[in-house]
Ligand binder design. Structure first.
Ligand code: 5AD
Ligand code: SF4
Length: 466
């Protein structure tokens, strides 16, 4: 444990005493609810928040009627911010009925000065606001909150600290995310992430391996290595270690059956990584490789540092080396200056790479990023191009996903289907979901499933013997 970890363990004890007092005040066991917005990194952060809340004496629930509610926010697009403001209004009405309710706001949104200003001015009922760099201080901040009558705000500009050995409460028993690096140095011109998550910092490989070994002993079968750009893992470490090296180390850990990772930047994806994936028994047959645009002119303006043809070359090379791989992507429509011809180029890439799935986003102007001061595209053009792209994406994805109809593949049973309790939701190595009849005690195990019917993005299947 490092110094910060030891200090925070002490604050957890202190927070416990505050929670005891709070329990007397409210007259029942205090409950807490953490709501996650945004990506896998936030989901992992929420597990840490839950771990500390539980250790401090809160019961965890999914109900926002809880005594303490945490919103772990995202700010990658403006609609994420608007959703949080809307829901804060809803929490306010709850707090009017229950004045002892505590409201906490953290995550990427709070790293923006304008957001904190707005919270101070118009959302005075919020009790605690902190950012992404000091999340490890949550126990200490809870103590500050309980001992203050005013809103507590603690936001750090940046950090070089890595504080990971604190309690976590995993959402799933059989799978887990692991942070391998934090922040991003790429400064794509539309993206706010480098401003709110700070500079790139990699964790030492031994720390990552130790954490995964512990998870494995705990029954975890599938892990997801997390970072904004995992392909540049190790670049800021003193020793020579690449992401491919890290994967080789993780592959050796007994008990771990599946390895995933997120997200890869095409400009940094090495031949060595393709080799490691190809030879691996455990690395899943899925690669998320954000394209963003297929137009060289727009890619340049986005500062993505690859071209349309180099992206296609890379994707087709990966498909050739690993034929059963699924390639998914992110695409932005409506970046400043984008014309119909630029979108034609993007559509051309979609047709040639035949993505298994693509997340399509309408460009959202983020204050402080270079693209915010570029000439914006009118809404109608964006909408028209977005619909045009989406149609092609759906067509190619349906074709790519349905290739395996009739085959038997291993699925990790994740949970009971929310619409039909007789069905389980399973995930294939290539990340496609399959729903099939099965007993809940299969949850957490990997079973062979026949993919009987493809329904666009998912399958209906049946359990079988190979
Ligand atoms: N507008 C729209 N989409 C964005 N993304 C990142 N920033 C923006 C923005 N300003 C998308 C990118 C990225 C994904 C996580 O979110 O496609 O890959
Ligand atoms: Fe944002 Fe680009 Fe970094 Fe991804 S690589 S987080 S899109 S700046």
């Amino acid at each position: 444990m490092n110094k910060d970890e030891i200090i925070q363990q002490k604050y957890i004890q202190k927070a416990k005493a505050y929670v005891e007092e709070y329990k007397k005040l409210i007259g029942h066991e205090p409950s807490s609810c953490v709501v996650t917005f945004g990506c896998q990194m936030n989901a992992r952060d929420s597990e840490k928040l839950c771990g500390i809340l539980e250790k401090a004496g809160f019961i965890l629930t999914d109900d926002e009627n809880a005594d303490l509610v945490v919103y772990n926010t995202c700010t990658v697009r403006d609609n994420a911010n608007q959703r949080v403001y809307g829901r804060l209004g809803f929490l306010h009405s709850m707090k009017k009925k229950n004045p002892n309710k505590k409201i906490v706001l953290c995550g990427c949104m709070t790293q923006e000065e304008s957001v904190v200003q707005k919270i101070r001015e118009s959302y005075g009922f919020v009790d605690l606001v902190f950012g992404t760099h000091n999340i490890f201080k949550f126990a200490e901040l809870l103590c500050d909150m309980f001992s203050s009558d005013e809103m507590v705000v603690d936001i750090w500009e940046d950090t070089d600290k890595i504080v990971e050995e604190l309690p976590t409460k995993r959402k799933f028993s059989y799978k887990s995310g692991i942070n391998i690096m934090f922040g991003c140095n790429n400064f794509c011109t539309y993206c706010i992430v480098p401003y709110v998550r700070g500079r790139e910092r990699s964790r030492e490989p031994e720390d990552i391996v130790n954490e995964i070994e512990k998870l494995s002993k705990d029954g975890v079968k599938e892990i997801m290595l997390l970072g904004q750009n995992v392909n540049s893992y190790g670049k800021n470490l003193d020793r020579d270690v690449t992401f491919a090296d890290l994967l080789r180390m993780v592959e050796k850990i007994d008990g771990i059956e599946r390895i995933r990772f997120m997200t890869s930047h095409p400009k940094d994806l090495s031949d060595e990584l393709i080799e490691v994936m190809k030879d691996s028994e455990k690395i899943c047959r899925h690669l998320h490789l954000p394209l963003q645009s297929g137009s060289d002119r727009i890619l340049k303006a986005m500062n993505r540092r690859y071209t349309k043809e180099s992206y296609i070359d890379l994707a087709l090379r990966i498909r050739k080396e690993i034929p059963d791989i699924a390639i998914t992507t992110d695409i932005i429509v409506g970046f400043p200056g984008e014309t119909d011809e630029d979108v034609d180029d993007t559509i051309d890439v979609v047709r040639r790479v035949k993505f298994d799935n693509a997340f399509t986003f309408i460009y959202s102007k983020r204050t402080g990023t270079p693209a915010a001061s570029m000439e914006q595209v009118d809404e109608q053009t964006v909408k028209r191009n977005f619909d045009r792209l989406l149609r092609v994406v759906q067509e190619t994805a349906r074709e790519a996903v349905s290739k395996y109809e009739g085959q038997v593949m291993d699925a990790l049973c994740e949970d009971v289907n929310e619409h039909d309790p007789a069905l389980l939701n399973g995930r294939l190595s290539n990340n496609t979901i399959v729903h099939f009849p099965g007993s809940p005690d299969l949850i957490g195990s990997i079973v062979p499933v026949r993919l009987t019917e493809c329904h666009g993005f998912y399958y209906i299947g049946e359990l079988c013997r190979k």
